[in-house]
Every structure is written in C-alpha cells, then in structure tokens.
Design a protein around this ligand. Structure first.
Ligand code: CDP
Length: 228
C-alpha cells in the first residue's frame, strides 16, 4: 500500500523537513521530492546567467529547464545528491548567494507553475515523500498523509548554524538568524502558495524532539493510515 502513497512534509526554514524526509524516503524505499532543491537550482542558474529578478520570461525558461533536467540521487547512508544533467550542484545550491535570492525567485507565480508541473510528474506513480512549503496545500492536496513540521525560531537558527559549521562554513549566528527570518517572512507573505499549514495536515512541533523521535512519530502515522 505504501507504494502508491504520496506523503507531504511542509514547514518553515530549518524545521527539519529535509533530514526527516530524506531518512524516511531511504528507509521506506520511497522517492524523495526535495522541492526546495528545485527552487534553489533555478536561483543558482539565474545567478550564474546574470538574470534579473524582474526578467520573468528568462526565469520561467530556467525553471522549465530545471524541471526537465534536475535529478536527485539517493546514495548509501541516505545522502542525497542533486544534479542538473551531469553537474553535481548539491553544495552550490546551499551557498549564501542562493540562500539570499531563493525566496524572491520562489515568490514568482510563473516560476512556481513550472515547478509544480515537474513535481506532479515525478509523483505520477506514487510512492513519494515530497517536502517543501506548498506540498500539502497546493501541489498534492489529496496526499495520503500531510505533515507540517515546526520548531521555535531560536532552535531552527541553532540547527542551521550547527549544520553550516559542520560543513566548514564560516558564518555568524546573527547572519543565519537574519536569513531564516527574511526567508520565512517572504515565504509566508507571498501571494502564490504561501507557507501555510495545509488543510488536514498533522502538525509536529520538533523543538524538543530528536530526529529519531520525529521519524518514529511519522512512521506511526504512516502505519495508522496503512491500516485504515
Ligand atoms: O532547507 P530550508 O528549509 O532552509 O530551505 P529549502 O527547503 O531548501 O527551500 C528554500 C526556499 O525555496 C524556501 O525558503 C522557499 O522560498 C522556496 N521553496 C518554495 O517556495 N516552495 C517549496 N515547495 C520549497 C521551497
């Protein structure tokens, strides 16, 4: 039964969505849709090509290209690598420049249309865990299970700061806080598919939970729907 399911995990920046979705997909043999990586890839290519944020036409053509050519490869140990054709962009899409521009790019409705089309096409056969901001609200409103992960802002900032330090990035906690606050603000206040708790979603506050605990409770919910 799990093979046909679409499970959505939405939430604000650094709420733990990516880690949890990645591990669940790996353990359960489901396909992962990391929609944030798709928006980040569009932003990376736009920056590289010097495309202005007001140039909707060029941004849409980059979004189309990303929709057709982005691949996520699940590797040993639940590590996910993101490719555009043969180019590995896993690290670059997490860089500071992309972090600064990804929310303004993602707020453009025409860019979202392209991404939503690509996400639905990946999920055609089911057996998918989709994580992002609008997975349960807009892209897969009929998902079998919708989760909304949240955590106190201070904890989300701490997690992202530790993650960046572990990757050897030199950042200040104030800069991390600023980026998260700005992105959350833009993502929640945009008119196209704003970050919201989707109808029918189960909210999990992960502030005081370990990754293992979050995974355990989601697996419990999956088992519950498999038996109904
Ligand atoms: O990992 P983190 O939560 O920091 O970010 P992400 O999931 O990689 O998403 C990066 C950005 O992409 C978000 O801040 C949103 O602006 C945008 N995004 C979106 O608009 N819709 C989605 N479904 C996923 C991401």
């Amino acid at each position: 039964m799990i093979e046909g399911m679409v499970i959505t995990i939405d939430g604000p920046a650094a709420s733990g969505k990516s880690t949890v979705a990645r591990l669940l997909a790996y353990e359960m043999g489901l396909q992962l849709i990391d929609s944030g990586a798709m928006y980040r890839a569009v932003t990376l290519l736009a920056l590289e090509q010097g495309v202005d944020i007001s140039d909707t036409q060029r941004l849409v053509s980059i979004a189309k290209f990303v929709g057709n050519n982005l691949r996520a490869r699940m590797e040993e140990g639940a590590r996910v690598k993101i490719f555009i054709d043969d180019r590995d962009i896993t690290e670059e899409i997490r860089g500071a420049a992309v972090g600064k521009f990804v929310s303004p790019v993602s707020a453009i409705p025409e860019v979202r249309i392209q991404m939503v089309e690509a996400q639905r096409s990946i999920a055609k056969g089911g057996g998918v865990i989709a994580e992002g901001r609008d997975m349960g609200s807009t892209v897969f409103p009929d998902a079998s299970l919708k989760i909304f992960l949240n955590a106190a802002e201070e904890e989300r900032v701490r997690r992202r700061y530790v993650e960046l330090l572990e990757k050897g990035k030199k950042v200040s906690i104030d800069d991390v806080k600023k980026e998260i606050e700005i992105r959350d603000f833009i993502d929640s206040s945009r008119s196209a598919s704003p970050l919201r708790i989707p109808d029918g979603a189960i909210v999990i506050d992960t502030t005081d939970m370990s990754v293992e605990e979050v995974i355990f409770s989601i697996k419990d919910l999956i088992t519950g729907i498999c038996h109904t």
